[in-house]
Design a protein around this ligand. Structure first.
Ligand code: UD1
Length: 422
């Protein structure tokens, strides 16, 4: 297992390219199961979660060809098996996204229940309830969700108790091939849901209302091949912007989309960043100043994303002043706080809120992370800490950040990857 060694103290300065969005790529690749013929997906990031997804599809007998320009061709017509096995699902909860497509297209699916997760219990009850309302028969036995759809799924009026991103995606995919109309109320409005809907429409689906809380899907007979490029990763974008703000630096991020990041850019401006945006780029300049602490409350899109909470906790720990960050989407998503405290951060957890008193200084310590965004936040803390920080268990980072050390090096950071035994 690799680790990262980061020597803090460098103000980031330079330009990097933002990769395709992991959280759009996962449902889009799995959504290829709905097609009668091959689809080509472009701007696919090189990430561990993508490899897991391709392995999941490959084991079902789907034919996959990866080309050198971040493109993947998926031909589901060779599928022989409709099972998603525990050994893969346990490493990536988003594997549950094969359930809707398999059921809609092949009438049967056996998907392992995702295991526990470092950021709260994260159940899938809303996915299952929605599919049952569409006529699926679902049993849970031996740790597997065993689902069948008999004569096919039927459109239904679905009222989601809670906003769920992958839940909305699973049900939207299932509904594309159901008989009749499905309405998803209280749907997730995240850009990744919109990207998935646009992709499915390019395959012949009839989806409207994506990006609002009411998505309407008119079921069609079949879906066909398409070529589709994945949207830029807003969380990767936000992470590098926070890195630049914390280090009092100046960066230009290319191939990204500022429109998806309004709530994050607003908080960065409040922290004192000078931000400019263009069609496909964002620049941030701190003019050498220390950031100011910002109050945050996470909530579903378009509010502030939970996937940026850990990074802003790192920012607040070196910023001027006191602030609070409230986490309302996931319970138990403060695992990074204890690690930052070990680096000298003045942070306190009270219920679902973390209070910060900017110390201005962090010191290097060996740290390790328990989830993807927590790992990223420790890398950010290390960038401003005195001394060399060792971040362990970085396989979490490789699940979601393409070439993180190369990109940070390009911005001037002193960071290197070494095998854990070194
Ligand atoms: C997705 C993102 C993840 C992000 C999260 C919230 C992907 C692959 N992952 O995760 O990066 O942090 O959205 O923006 O896109 N819930 C239930 N029952 C369900 C489903 C969800 O109670 O059946 C609850 C969850 O426990 C959580 C909340 O709903 O408290 C939101 O979770 P959800 O939006 O489903 O997260 P994911 O889709 O797993």
């Amino acid at each position: 297992m690799d680790k990262l060694i980061i020597t803090g103290g460098v103000s980031l300065d330079g330009e990097i390219r933002i990769s395709g969005a992991k959280n759009a790529a996962l449902p889009i690749l799995m959504g290829a199961l709905l097609s009668d013929s091959a689809v080509r997906v472009g701007n696919v990031p090189h990430l561990h979660d993508i490899t897991t997804t391709l392995e999941l599809l490959g084991r079902m007998g789907v034919t996959i060809t990866v080309d050198e320009r971040s493109g993947v061709v998926i031909d589901p017509s060779t599928l022989t098996d409709t099972e998603a096995a525990y050994d893969l699902v346990k490493t990536m909860r988003a594997s549950i996204l094969v359930l809707g497509p398999l059921l809609a297209k092949f009438g049967t699916a056996d998907v392992s229940l995702p295991g526990g997760c470092a950021i709260g219990s994260r159940p899938v009850d809303l996915h299952l309830r929605g599919l049952e309302q569409m006529g699926a028969k679902i049993k849970v036995e031996n740790g597997y969700i065993r689902a069948t759809s008999g004569n096919g799924l039927k459109g239904a009026h679905l009222m989601m108790d809670q906003v769920t991103v992958t839940g909305t995606e699973n049900l939207m995919m299932a509904a594309t091939l159901a008989k009749g109309r499905t309405i998803i109320e209280n749907a997730a409005r995240e850009p990744e849901v919109v990207d998935l809907a646009n992709y499915l429409n390019s395959m012949g689906a009839e989806i409207t209302g994506m990006g609002t809380s009411k998505i309407i899907i008119n079921g069609v007979e079949s879906l066909g091949g398409t070529q589709y490029d994945i949207l830029p990763d807003r969380i990767e974008t936000g992470t590098y912007l926070v890195a630049a703000a914390m280090t009092r630096g100046k960066v230009k991020l290319k191939d990204t989309d500022a429109n998806q990041l309004e709530s994050v850019l607003l908080k960065l401006k409040e922290a004192g960043a000078d931000i400019a945006v263009g069609n496909d780029w964002i620049t941030l300049d701190m003019h050498g100043k220390r950031p100011k602490a910002v109050n945050i409350r996470t909530a579903p899109y378009p509010a502030f994303p939970t996937d940026m909470q850990a990074q802003f906790t790192a920012l607040n720990s070196v910023a001027e002043g006191s602030a609070t960050i409230a986490e309302t989407v996931f319970e138990n998503r403060f695992m990074h706080v204890q690690e930052m405290q070990r680096m000298g951060a003045d942070l306190q957890i009270q219920g679902n809120t973390v209070l910060s008193n900017g110390e201005g200084r962090l010191t290097a310590a060996p740290v390790m992370a328990t989830d993807l965004r927590a790992s990223a936040s420790l890398v950010l803390a290390a960038l401003v800490a005195d001394g060399a920080t060792v971040v362990e268990r970085i396989y979490h980072i490789d699940r979601g950040y393409e070439c993180i050390e190369e990109k940070l090096q390009q911005l001037g950071a002193k960071i290197r990857r070494v095998p854990s035994s070194a």
